[in-house]
Structure formats: C-alpha cells, structure tokens
Design a protein around this ligand. Structure first.
Ligand SMILES: Nc1nc2c(ncn2[C@@H]2O[C@H](COP(=O)(O)OP(=O)(O)OP(=O)(O)O)[C@@H](O)[C@H]2O)c(=O)[nH]1
Ligand SMILES: [Mg+2]
Length: 349
C-alpha cells in the first residue's frame, strides 16, 4: 500500500536542533535540533521514504518541532508546480488525480499527492477510498501519497496542508497534487494553496449549482466535467460556460474540459491545460504575484496564531468574567474585547 502515513512515530520523543544555522528562534525560546531529529533529517535527505513519512508527522503535529523542520527544509524549496484538485464529494477527484499521476510518471517526473479530507473527521471513509484507488501505484517509488484527515479541527488545516506539500517538495517530488473536497471556505483555502486549481464536477444533479454556491467557480483555473459517460454532460458544460461568460474579459479564461477519468479519457488534456495555465502564470507575472500573496498570507497566519496564543496565555483567566458580563447585559462583546486588549497591552508593556 503506497500510502505513506505513519501515525506511529513517537514525535514526543524528538527535540530539535536546526541543521542550517544551529539556532532557531521561536517566540522567546531558542530551539535546538537534537540528534534524533538531526538523524531523521539526514535520512530524509538521502531519500528514505519512511523518514519522509515521519517528518510529515512531525510537521502535522505542529509546534516548535514542526517549525524547526520547516526552517531546515525551506532552502530546498524551488518552484515545483502545485496543482489543487477540488470539487463536490464523489465527482471523481481521486480518479482524476490517479490519472494525472500516471501522466506525469509517464514523463518520468516524481509526483507528490496530498489528499485532504476535511469533511469526514469521524470515519475517514473517503481518504481510505483514495488509498484503495491509488494502490496500484504502490510499487512506484517516484510517487509519494499522503492522506490527511482533520482530527476534528479545521483550524490551521490549510496551513498544515501547505507545509506537508513543502516537505514533499523538499523530498524531491517535482509535481505536487492536492486533492480536497470543495464544500466550504477552508477547503477553498486549501485549494488556493496551489498555483493552479482544477475544479471537478460531474453531470449528476446539482453539482454545478453546488460548485457555484460554494464559490468554487471563483477559485477555478480549469473546470472539468468528469463522468462524461453519464447523461447531462453537455448541459453541464453549457451551464458552466454561461457562468464563465459573465466574467469580465481579459486575463485567463478557465477552459471547461470533459473527462471520463475512470477510463483515462480526456485526462491528458487536463494535464496539458494545467501546463498552459502555468505558462500563462509565468508569462503574465501572475505566478510571482500568487507566490507573493501566499508568502504574505503565511506570515500573517503565523503572526495571528502567535499573537492569539500569547493573548490567550495572558487573558485566559479574565475571559470568563467578561463572558459573564456580556451574558448579563453589563457589557457588549466590543467593550469586553476593548477592555481585554487594553489589559493585554498593559501587561505586555
Ligand atoms: N461513470 C463514471 N464513474 C466514475 C468516473 N470517474 C470516477 N468514477 C467513479 O466515481 C466514484 C467516485 O470516484 P472518486 O474518484 O473516489 O471521487 P472523489 O471525488 O475523489 O470522491 P471523494 O474524495 O469521496 O469526494 C468511484 O466509484 C469511481 O470509480 C467516470 O468518469 N465515470
Ligand atoms: Mg477522493
């Protein structure tokens, strides 16, 4: 089974020491990589898959250890294409991803896949499905597939996904595919962590409407109507094209492609269209803009986390009192927040 999840790794046992500059500041602490993680990084860089799986677990677990790993790997990141594949449940995203993996492997490129399942924290059913469908790629060492579930929390998932993709790129994967079910904002954030977003729908009832409602049309660089062997395909294509025609002219106009992913029909054309989109991004300077925006968003997200952590450490004791006052009608959430912020700033001074 080529699913490189490795939940058994005892991350608690690892302390850190940065191999780049031997020091890494996290808040006010200096973190050092200890030998265990130093060794793990070394094994990872020599191309060891188990080490890659373990390093991903460290990153998923977050905290200073994850930070030190990402810091160490950052200089190894180049501009490997990142392609998001999203859309309503069951439209054939995994099947399409599988076909894209084969396409790129046919060209000798190493591929990394991250399958995120934000919608089923309890059963993990769809993720398991992904594993089964991708299992015949199991013997291919040029492919690295990682499934991620939410563990009950959506917060930070988009960032963690991006960081897991970073690890895969540092491992040497030349194309990164990110599959996620697109039904809400977080899922769209995950998709937007990619340079190119492929939105997949099927002719089944309501998929296009669902995509439009979820705002998927806005993040789409490419639209794919999969299951074109089912009735209603041409109506679906027309509906999508009509929606796209209402967009202002100029720039990239997302093409609408038709596939039968389960038979590999139309999937090479999807890969080619992704390539064209990438060329467009490079030629127009939009790739630089996207990456710039992503770097900015990442810094802001880290800052927000850190600030909130700090505020929470200082004010956790005082929060319940203000909640009670708001409940009793003696304060509004605004006056409460203002008073808490003032208390925080005073403490910090
Ligand atoms: N008829 C038909 N079935 C397809 C096609 N592509 C995929 N399927 C089937 O549709 C079902 C769902 O496919 P998946 O690839 O798991 O879909 P998904 O979008 O990844 O599903 P989730 O990750 O659970 O949201 C599977 O039974 C596939 O075999 C297609 O082109 N035509
Ligand atoms: Mg899937």
């Amino acid at each position: 089974m080529n699913d490189d999840n490795d939940p058994a790794w005892p991350v608690e046992l690892i302390n850190l020491n940065c191999p780049n500059c031997r020091c890494l500041t996290s808040g006010e602490r200096e973190i050092g990589l200890d030998t265990a993680l130093d060794t793990l990084l070394g094994t990872f860089l020599s191309g060891d898959r188990r080490a890659a799986a373990r390093l991903i677990s460290v990153v998923e677990n977050g905290g200073p250890r994850a930070e030190a790993v990402l810091h160490a790997l950052y200089p190894r990141l180049g501009g490997a294409p990142r392609v998001g594949v999203t859309g309503p449940p069951g439209v054939g995203k995994s099947t399409l991803v599988d076909a894209l993996v084969r396409h790129h492997r046919g060209q000798g490129r190493r591929v990394g896949v991250v399958a995120v399942d934000p919608t089923s924290p309890f059963t993990g059913g769809a993720v398991l499905g992904d594993r089964v469908r991708m299992s015949d790629l199991a013997t291919d060492l040029g492919v690295f597939i990682r499934s991620m579930a939410t563990r009950g929390s959506l917060g930070g998932l988009a960032r963690t996904t991006k960081e897991v993709v970073d690890v895969l790129e540092a491992f040497g994967q030349e194309i990164l595919l990110i599959e996620t079910v697109g039904v809400g904002q977080t899922e769209m954030d995950i998709a937007s962590a990619a340079d190119t977003v492929v939105v997949v729908v099927s002719p089944e009832s309501g998929d296009a409407i669902q995509a439009m409602k979820a705002g998927l049309m806005e993040v789409a660089d490419l639209l794919v109507v999969n299951k074109a062997d089912r009735p209603g395909t041409s109506q679906m294509v027309r509906a999508l094209e009509a929606d796209l025609a209402m967009r202002p002219a100029g720039g990239w106009r997302p093409p609408v492609l038709v596939t039968v992913a389960s038979r590999g029909e139309g999937t090479d054309e999807v890969a080619a269209a992704v390539g064209r989109h990438r060329e467009h991004l490079s030629a127009s300077g939009a790739l630089g803009e996207r990456r710039h925006a992503r770097a900015r968003a990442e810094i802001v997200a880290i800052l927000r986390d850190r600030l909130w952590q700090r505020v929470h450490e200082r004010l956790a004791d005082r929060l319940p009192d203000w909640v009670a006052r708001v409940e009793a009608g003696h304060a509004t959430p605004y006056t409460a927040a203002r008073a808490l912020l003032a208390a925080f700033l005073e403490d910090e001074a």
